[in-house]
Design a protein around this ligand. Structure first.
Ligand code: NAD
Ligand code: UFG
Length: 341
């Protein structure tokens, strides 16, 4: 059941990829939403696009989650009921090179935010976690009970964040905390106005394939075809970003409804290989997508697939969109963006 009473929600990192889609979903569910973002990994043009989609002004505070005074002002001015916390650094490779940046933003930023929430008496938060907390999981599909295994500083910050939140909830029952472990978000909003827009050469598969489809990159490197998977290439549980956004609406509804926290995977429960993704994208864009097999990427996990049962049970969350819709919406977005960014 979706909680129907409108609330005032603060979206940290709300101008980013998942945050912008969640902004739309929350507005459509009737909530008032304020974005706090420092635009370190988002374009300012996202705001006008969100206004175009929702047909209303988008309240944005430009600033950093590590800024105490700013946070106090935001909570006072907007009388926030709950926070959805997306703002973080998220590149695995960069986290190996600059671990302190990751601890500073992802852990320091989270602590500063939680303190400000506590001061304001706002104790409802949804936290963006990741399948990466499972490291190389023993079980596939992977249930929420699988143990934490840090593979890199980025993954370590998600584990630490979850652990901090669990202790906080234990310290004071007023806290209601939703932890959402995303599998592999993909695709874009149906309008073609917002989507993933990496500034550099993409690390992730779907945006890389998109750039090959656009002719901006020559060919896709498939990182290994000797995994113990049906076609030998890595398997992931890709989830449409609009489905993922809806998961946040349900998570918030559950927090308000019960006053209790939860921790769930958000995935489809079904995996696709790298070669299957390339084939699906080819169908979507109707272009040739040259690819070649290279060595495995160091640190890669062979298979990540979510057990999706708990999210269905606790949140009533079921995905509605499959791989073909992820590829079609991605292609719709990237073929638009060049003209309008
Ligand atoms: P994103 O980089 O598109 O969005 C993050 C947003 O936070 C950006 O708009 C950025 O400008 C902002 N931001 C960063 N540091 C900030 C700071 N100090 N103060 C204020 N704003 C700041 O990333 P995304 O893909 O939308 O990811 C959102 C969340 O989901 C992150 O916490 C990420 O770790 C998590 N996550 C993402 C994925 C994925 O594959 N995209 C998978 C699992 C989990
Ligand atoms: N891959 C390629 N070529 C590429 C890029 C990726 O073959 O150019 C392969 C990878 O080897 C993997 C699959 O495509 O088998 C997916 O790779 P991504 O980089 O798109 O995604 P990952 O699962 O490796 O990582 C993503 C996020 C992490 C997050 C993880 C689990 O980047 O932050 O999902 O949610 F932790």
């Amino acid at each position: 059941m979706v909680y129907r009473v409108p609330k005032r929600i603060l979206l940290t990192g709300g101008a980013g990829y998942i945050g912008s889609h969640t902004y739309v979903a929350l507005r459509q569910a009737g909530h008032d939403v304020v974005i706090l973002d420092n635009f370190s990994n988002a374009r300012r043009s996202v705001v006008a696009r969100l206004e175009q989609i929702t047909g209303a002004p988008v309240p944005v505070v430009e600033g950093d989650i590590r800024d105490n005074a700013l946070l106090d002002r935001v909570f006072t001015d907007h009388r926030i009921d709950a926070v959805v916390h997306f703002a973080a650094l998220k590149a695995v490779g960069e986290s190996m090179a600059k671990p302190l940046d990751y601890f500073d933003v992802n852990i320091g930023g989270l602590t500063t935010l939680l303190r400000a929430m506590d001061r304001a008496g706002c104790r409802r938060i949804v936290f963006s976690s990741s399948a990466t907390v499972y490291g190389v999981p023993d079980e596939t599909p992977t249930p929420e009970t699988a143990p934490f295994r840090a593979m890199n500083p980025y993954g370590q910050t998600k584990i630490l964040g979850e652990e901090m939140l669990a202790w906080l909830a234990q310290s004071n029952p007023d806290w209601a905390i939703g932890v959402l472990r995303y599998f592999n978000p993909a695709g874009a909003h149906r309008s073609g106005l917002i989507g993933e827009d990496p500034a550099d050469i993409p690390n992730n598969l779907m945006p890389f394939v998109a750039k090959v489809a656009l002719g901006e990159l020559d060919r896709i490197a498939v990182f290994g075809d000797d995994y113990d998977t049906p076609d030998g290439t890595g398997v992931r549980d890709y989830i449409h970003v609009e489905d993922l956004a809806r998961g946040h609406v349900l998570s918030l509804g559950r927090l308000f409804e019960t006053g209790q926290g939860h921790c769930v995977n958000l995935g489809t429960g079904r995996g696709y290989s790298v070669l299957e993704v390339i084939a699906a994208y080819k169908r979507a864009c109707n272009r040739d997508l040259p690819h070649h097999i290279t060595d495995r990427r160091p640190g890669d996990v062979p298979i990540y697939v979510a057990s999706a049962d708990k999210a269905a049970e606790v949140l009533g969350f079921r995905t509605e969109k499959g791989l073909d819709e992820m590829c079609a919406s991605s292609w719709n977005w990237v073929s638009n963006i060049g003209e309008t960014a």
